[in-house]
Design a protein around this ligand. Structure first.
Ligand code: AMP
Ligand code: MG
Length: 406
């Protein structure tokens, strides 16, 4: 059986990042930029006022307050027509170009008109605390034409899309979202809308895995539930193979109705590995359909096993398809808050609560009923990783912890 690290390596070896395409800005949120973007403008395009106020020659107001004749008023979008000279001022609004001759703006709150009824008459201004430059943003101080402003590989957030718009881009070259189909399998499953009859349970994996896929940046495709019947599995799985990634939950263990691996092989999906040294998650199946570069994950049906396998294997695979380096779970070292006894020959990824601290964070393994106990997982924010073997780990020992996505 493969270790977790070796299994992940085997998965990533088979993932080819998607080719870039052009996306309108409105569809590019969360995508990875596939080009370097340079500015086509100076920003700001002129020395601009950062406040509503009065443009002055700073030297006029260094010694103390003074009165000025108002030359004109400029609002954003208009150009000044007068040069400001000593003893004169121009009323200026935020964003408007600073008139020639002026080297500081006095905020409107620091002014008093000599006559309220004459807004362009004389104005009394408070002294400036600093020398020239006050409340002025210099031309090209944010970026100059030709500057590299967005690097290839960056994740496009709202901020980057705003900047792209500022420099005239309507489209960007980026890596598109892969599709990820999710199929739940099992004769015992009913949809969440139904009340389970005797022997039945609701399909929780479907909703959970669709959400997890969306959270990694894939477009989720819901394939519903397939019963443990060859024909039904074959039809749904064939549909699932239209997506870049197919995630199947259940039917990969050693039970008599665990038909998923053989149906996958029938459909031309070659097994890369089946079963790994991991608890929960031992039955994990992974294969590829070479023809269309499809990645297929058969996750164990117990919901906690399903989630752990998704986060450890499917998440980084989708990350790689999307060109993202930052999608793997964050790993930290933490101090164990209570003694923990580990048993078994597989490493355990135990639902836990990580508490940050100024120094070393601490981690508390939660009381957990095993891989069917999704409820306890809702109170976890991490997985504490305990190595294989029978051993009691003392309170205060350092433990590897993987933070679950928020
Ligand atoms: P399997 O991996 O198919 O043997 O399923 C293992 C356990 O997980 C069984 O107890 C199933 O009832 C449960 N299970 C399988 N699929 C789901 C699902 N979609 N939602 C909730 N529980 C499931
Ligand atoms: Mg099953």
């Amino acid at each position: 059986m493969l270790s977790v690290d070796e299994a992940l390596r085997q998965v990533l070896l088979r993932v080819t990042p998607r080719a870039p395409a052009q996306f309108p800005l409105a569809e590019a949120l969360g995508l990875v930029l596939a080009e370097a973007i340079h500015s086509d403008v100076d920003s700001p395009p002129h020395d601009k006022s950062l406040v509503d106020g009065y443009a002055v020659v700073a030297a006029d107001l260094v010694a103390g307050p003074a009165e000025f004749d108002i030359l004109e008023e400029i609002t954003a979008g208009n150009l000044p027509t007068h040069t400001v000279v000593r003893g004169k001022t121009t009323r200026i609004m935020t964003g408007a170009p600073v008139p020639a001759g002026a080297d500081a703006i006095v905020m409107i709150e620091q002014s008093r008109l000599a006559d309220e009824h004459q807004p362009l008459g004389r104005v009394h201004l408070a002294p400036l605390r600093t020398a020239s430059g006050q409340n002025i943003m210099l031309r090209a101080s944010s970026m100059a034409r030709g500057d590299l402003v967005l690097s290839e590989g960056c994740v496009l957030r709202a901020i980057e899309l705003g900047l792209a718009a500022e420099i005239g881009r309507t489209h960007v070259s980026a890596i598109g979202r892969p599709t990820a189909a999710v199929l739940a399998t099992g004769n015992e499953l009913v949809p969440p809308s139904q009340t389970p009859a005797a022997g039945q349970i609701r399909n929780s994996n479907g909703s959970m895995l669709l959400a997890a896929a969306a959270q990694t940046g894939a477009t989720p495709v819901d394939l519903g539930i397939a019963r443990d019947v060859r024909g039904e599995l074959r039809d749904r799985i064939a549909r699932g193979l239209e997506s870049d990634v197919l995630v199947i939950a259940g039917g990969v263990s050693a039970g008599v109705l665990d038909l998923v691996p053989s149906v996958l092989e029938e459909l031309g999906v070659a097994q890369v590995f089946h079963k790994i040294r991991l608890k929960p998650g031992k039955p994990l199946w992974f294969g590829v359909q070479e023809k269309n570069s499809r990645l297929v994950f058969g996750l164990p049906g117990n919901p906690v096993s399903s989630l752990v396998c998704f986060e450890l294997f499917v998440r980084p695979a989708i990350g790689r398809l999307c060109g993202r380096q930052d999608l793997a779970l964050e790993e930290v070292l933490a101090e164990l808050s209570a003694e923990y006894t580990h048993r078994g020959d597989r490493p355990t990824y135990h639902p836990a609560r990580l508490t940050p601290s100024a120094g070393i964070p601490s981690v508390e393994p939660l009381r957990w009923q095993g891989s069917g106990d999704l409820r306890t997982l809702t109170t976890a924010n991490s997985l504490a990783c305990f190595p294989a073997g029978d051993r009691t780990i003392a309170r205060g020992e350092m433990v590897r912890v993987l933070r679950l996505p928020r």
